[in-house]
Write a new protein. Structure first.
Ligand code: SF4
Length: 326
């Protein structure tokens, strides 16, 4: 790649031990992430998709160190984040912000919008005279006005609250925004407005996004590249156009099949995927997708595929796709 990676993730593993099992000696562990390797290039939007429970939100939080990984490395802007603690990590966090699906995670219902917006500026010791100019400029930029500052969250609509969350995330001039399903709770018309706002902001400010969504059609609109996750594994990654036109992995193909497109036969076809995602406590052997894969063969249960190139800028983890490509 020509551009420099802002985020480099290597060998990332996250296990969540479940309570109990200490008497029998059989502790149960949720294997949320397994050996994730990816780069997020400066200025790009990397979309991350997959069904609920695939680990995409955990990955976003492990990158920000909101959840500490069990193993592996996360480099951000040249620093190894897994080694940082206390004030050093807090200072670094000013450059990496998150927008949640539910704006009320970052906005207290008991505080006015202005109080919620001044809090990060105060925490990061921003000079007091800079607070209001920054807040006013960002409120305007996200399409709100100073008349909204004295209101409480319950007095704003869902779309307005998400605009405030975006303004709050931008107050400290971050380099990276993790957008965790930022439009999933909104009406379709408001979703489009928020996606357009995020797109404009990215172009104006030169931000880098990790855009997490279960909805491939939303991710497609904003992303330069797309990563596809299944049961804690990254199973395909590549340029958006290539992934959408010529997906390599059977799981990506199935996800695409389920995206409704006007005028396309896909609107009327049944989704290819059957059954539920298996439990991450006891994931299937070999390829984790083999229990649902429509083209699985014997090798798929025995041996785990690794990400290999299937195109000029596309990688997939599938024994059979690789065989076809060679
Ligand atoms: Fe399907 Fe086998 Fe490829 Fe896994 S490795 S996606 S089971 S064909």
């Amino acid at each position: 790649m020509d551009k420099q990676a802002l985020v480099t993730v290597r060998g990332l593993v996250k296990h969540f031990p479940l309570p109990g099992g200490w008497l029998s000696g059989k502790r149960r562990i949720v294997q949320a992430l397994d050996n994730i390797n990816l780069d997020i290039v400066q200025g790009e939007v990397l979309g991350l998709v997959g069904e609920s429970g695939c680990g995409k939100t955990t990955l976003g939080r492990c990158i920000l160190q909101l959840i500490r990984p069990t193993e592996g490395s996360v480099q951000f802007d040249g620093d190894e984040l897994t080694q940082l603690r206390g004030d050093t990590l807090r200072r670094k966090r000013a450059h990496m912000q998150i927008v949640f699906q539910n704006p009320l995670v970052s906005l207290s219902p008991r505080r006015t919008i202005q109080q919620s917006l001044t809090e990060p500026l105060s925490t990061h010791h921003m000079p007091r005279e800079e607070w209001m100019p920054r807040i006013d400029a960002l409120m305007q930029r996200v399409g709100l006005g100073i008349q909204h500052l004295d209101r409480y969250p319950h007095e704003l609509s869902g779309g307005q609250l998400q605009r405030v969350s975006i303004a709050r995330a931008l107050l400290l001039e971050p380099k990276l925004l993790v957008l965790d399903e930022p439009t999933s709770a909104l009406d379709v018309s408001v979703q489009a407005q928020i996606i357009n706002l995020l797109d404009e902001l990215r172009r104006e400010i030169g931000l880098t996004y990790l855009f997490i969504s279960h909805d491939l059609s939303v991710v497609e609109h904003l992303s330069d590249r797309i990563g596809v996750m299944y049961l804690g594994k990254l199973v395909e990654i590549g340029n958006t156009e290539q992934i959408m036109k010529q997906p390599s992995h059977p799981y990506t193909k199935a996800l695409l099949q389920s995206v409704p497109r006007v005028g396309s036969r896909r609107m009327h076809e049944a989704p290819l995927l059957e059954g539920n995602v298996p439990s991450p406590i006891n994931p299937p052997s070999g390829c984790r997708f083999h229990t649902r894969c429509p083209i699985a063969e014997a090798i798929c249960q025995q041996s785990e595929p690794i990400l290999e190139a299937t195109g000029a800028a596309q990688w997939a983890a599938c024994h059979l796709t690789i065989k076809e490509t060679l």
